[in-house]
Write a new protein. Structure first.
Length: 111
């Protein structure tokens, strides 16, 4: 199960994820984020504080989002991953590709 919601903070679209981003839930997450981009979001922060698990298909959502935003001079950042999710981000190299921050405030300041 995966839930998400978005909110605007100083012109940055923050997407909060709740649950697990895996093979069955990633397509819905990608569709949701793509709709935000289609509606004009160019700077997006993924808040993973309530994300319990991420699989390779979840990583693909992050990568696809980052590529789309980069193509329109936008930016993707990530904040608040738990230790398990942070390990996956580190091992996959995503921590080097995207800013991964310990707090939402730090991540927002990076834009």
């Amino acid at each position: 199960m995966l839930d998400f919601e978005d909110r605007e903070v100083n012109g940055i679209t923050v997407v909060d994820f709740f649950g697990k981003m895996n093979t069955s839930t990633s397509p819905e997450a990608e569709k949701y984020v793509n709709q935000l981009i289609d509606q004009g979001a160019i700077n997006i922060l993924f808040n993973l504080e309530e994300l319990d698990f991420i699989s390779s298909t979840g990583l693909r959502v992050i990568l696809a989002t980052g590529k789309k935003l980069g193509g329109s001079n936008g930016k993707l950042a990530i904040c608040n991953p738990n230790i398990t999710v942070k390990d996956v981000l580190d091992m996959s190299g995503f921590s080097q590709m995207f800013g991964v921050f310990e707090s939402e405030a730090e991540a927002l300041a990076s834009f």
